[in-house]
Design a protein around this ligand. Sequence first.
Ligand code: AMP
Ligand code: ZN
Length: 492
Amino acid sequence: MSNLTLYDSLTGELRPFEPIHAPNVGMYVCGPTVYSDVHLGNTRTFLSFDLLFRYLKHLGYKVRYVRNITDAGHLESDSDVGEDKIAKKARLEQLEPMEIVQRYTVGFRNVMQAYNALPPSIEPTATGHIVEQIEMIKKLIADDYAYEANGSVYFSIGTYLEKYPYGELSGRSIEDLESGTRDLDGQQDKRHPLDFALWKKASPEHIMRWPSPWSEGFPGWHLECSAMSTKYLGEEFDIHGGGMDLKFPHHECEIAQNKGATGHGGARYWLHANMLTLNGKRMAKSTGNTLDPRDLLTGESPHLSKSYTPGAVRFFIHQAHYRSVLDFSDSALQAAEKGYYRLLASIEALAQRPAQGPDRGTWNVAEWNAQCSEAMNQDLNSPVLIAHLFDAAKAITADQKDPNILGRAGAAELLNAMNTWMFDVLGLAPEHQSGSGKYQKALDAAMSIVLDVRRKARESKDWSTSDALRDALAQGGIVVQDGPEGSSFRVE
Ligand code: AMP
Ligand code: ZN
């Protein structure tokens, strides 16, 4: 069905993609822990998998894309100790944990929508699948892959090692992993230092708790993904994705749980998206080194000189390969924006091209299109795809002087292909693409008059007029963004 190859982190090689039940594809991606707003780093990872989702659909696959919402069980330490991240936030804000979950789930979905990510097919929550998690634990206990101690249940690495290797995904030896375990609270019940919790007995102050055969408690963070991927995609499915930092312990533990419970390691292809950095350091909530994806759209951040459209930000993200580290900077984003607008302008020019010249031109659209596919088939090489799009833009410019370059049918084919790659595959929101050019032009003309009136009001410090204009426009779905270089607008 396709010549797609994907880099599988488990085997460390590029492998031809062969789905188990073509044309169906099952894909699971670890979703956010909804205790705070997602940052641009998280957004990058989810957009990387949106690109994969879109490309698989483009290839004609029927994709069931499952991306969970972690709304319980993820502890502060990312391991078996500490407070639940959501419960902690609820305590600090004096809210119900589910109010926290609701707030940040809605926020996450809004960000994904703003950046034109397609919604997954299923978005299951950990708390909605406690029963499935308990059932998986029972299976693991029955086969000695898990044991109970003081109301908690741990995965037994000792038993597991009798049959399977552990540490394959992260490429670490047992000795390395052991030396990395700290002597933390909660280790005393474990038989092996690498054992990890499947179920934790809740301490009296732990409010997020459910009944189970072992105690009133809560499931371990790793377990939800094993239980939910198995439930919706089967014991063996095609693709599992997540950010690079989830390889260990999260995905390593998932593989162990799956193998223990079903004999299969879950996914056949493990894909990991690389990190977004800010000032050379990983963007991470814990260090506060973050950018809010919504601030890019308003320009309200000390890291930014202006606001950007979601399409420009997405273009910046996909100009890097998903497995490369990408460093954020305002200047890099500005450069990406320029390139993005150049491509949009050339698509616009192509759409307006007069029907002139021969039927076929000298520029071979089919060959160019095949090169675009080849780039994406090489482990989603979006930067190479984008380089091909710039080649096409050059051809479009040349064709404006000499219609023998594209020809009439060639131009129509190229327009179709450009739209497919830009909007369907790369997911760039066609915000400035005038599907019907005359309306866009009319809107631009009217808005330039309104924004000029508002600018004058602001210059004379007539805030009530400038605010009234902004609010009235917002009522009509036009959001005005003020930046150091003036005001711009977008239609929501
Ligand atoms: P979390 O909510 O912390 O589980 O993170 C959600 C997703 O974002 C996971 O797949 C992480 O691997 C990913 N992620 C976290 N930080 C970054 C970053 N700086 N760049 C790219 N992805 C990240
Ligand atoms: Zn997960």
